[in-house]
Ligand binder design. Structure first.
Ligand code: C5P
Length: 302
């Protein structure tokens, strides 16, 4: 086999409860991830040496050197499996860069799966998940997809039971937000306030099991929202715009600036996406549904 293509989804955090800052510089979190139908694609092609090219909107904002997370994933896998890191990675981006949708983490997960098949390393899913966790807190979830509870840094996963498909609108903002900067802003805002242990309520798990968007809407929560809105005040208007356009609920996705709005059904979500796309506040809006599968091989070539 000379080329392997992997498709990998974006995620939204239905709940992101952020606890105290740990000694290792990460925050203890309890989060509920859902993979949604917005995908990047990574093609791994057998070539001497390790190189990366990026295609898609704002491709110029993605690093091509050793800072690229997909390249780091290939390097880490090669070192672990004891094979030469001979691969050209083509990352085709549809997930916005620095959007709070774990696009970089998704590309790393896709590169792990693609190179694993290309190099025929014979590693198990557990070993890939361990490598994924070293690359970033959200990378293990991009491998597994679906809907899952994440604890620790977000890398320790338990699948959640989901009784149906949920329909979302993603509203994109101009430009990205840096995840470390948003966490640092939360620490600043919280100075002097007690920080409770992060937790995901039973009610949100029940809403997922029931497949009930109205129940779920009441339980959506992101502790990073306050910090993301503090760094980007226009996000408060974007949230207001979606809510007044009839969304059941809206929240900042991860560290932002993308906002996710929950709809009653597909028809409602598509209408909401049109309304938001026409508004001046959003750069673009798009209907997605979840949960969807994690990083999967979508094609191979000889
Ligand atoms: O794990 P990842 O490399 O994606 O995290 C990026 C940054 O986000 C970390 O360096 C840290 O500043 C912040 N972070 C955090 N607590 C987490 C996850 C991420 O503080 N649980």
């Amino acid at each position: 086999m000379s080329a392997v293509t992997v498709r990998v989804p974006a995620k939204v955090n239905l709940v992101l409860a952020v606890g105290p800052l740990r000694a290792d510089g990460y925050h203890e979190v309890a989060t509920l991830y859902q993979a949604v139908s917005l995908h990047d694609e990574v093609e791994a092609r057998a070539e001497p040496g390790l190189s990366v090219s990026i295609e898609g909107d704002r491709a110029d904002e993605v690093p091509r050197d050793t800072e690229n997370l997909a390249a780091q994933a290939a390097q880490a896998l090669a070192a672990y499996a004891g094979v030469p890191a001979d691969v050209h990675l083509t990352v085709r981006k549809d997930i916005p860069v620095a959007g709070g949708l774990a696009g970089g983490s998704a590309d790393a997960a896709a590169a792990l799966v693609a190179c694993d098949v290309l190099w025929d390393t014979g590693l198990g899913r557990g070993e890939l998940t361990t490598l994924a966790a070293r690359l970033g807190s959200d990378v293990p979830f991009a491998l597994t997809g679906g809907t899952a509870l994440g604890i620790g840094r977000g890398e320790r996963l338990t699948p959640a039971m989901v009784g149906g498909t949920f329909h979302w609108v993603l509203a994109f903002a101009e430009g990205g937000l840096s995840t470390p900067a948003v966490y640092a802003e939360l620490d600043r805002l919280r100075e002097g306030r007690p920080v409770p242990r992060p937790d995901v309520s039973r009610k949100v798990l029940a809403a997922l099991r029931a497949g009930d968007p109205t129940m779920l809407a009441a339980e959506l929560r992101n502790d990073l929202e306050e910090a993301a809105c503090s760094l980007r005040p226009s996000l408060a208007s974007m949230l207001e715009e979606g809510r007044s356009a009839g969304a059941l609920a809206g929240l900042v996705s991860g560290s932002g600036p993308t906002c996710a709005f929950l709809a009653r059904d597909e028809e409602h979500a598509r209408a909401l996406a049109e309304d938001l796309a026409d508004s001046e506040i959003c750069a673009a809006a798009r209907y997605v549904s979840g949960p969807v599968a994690g990083a999967r091989v979508s094609g191979t070539g000889r």
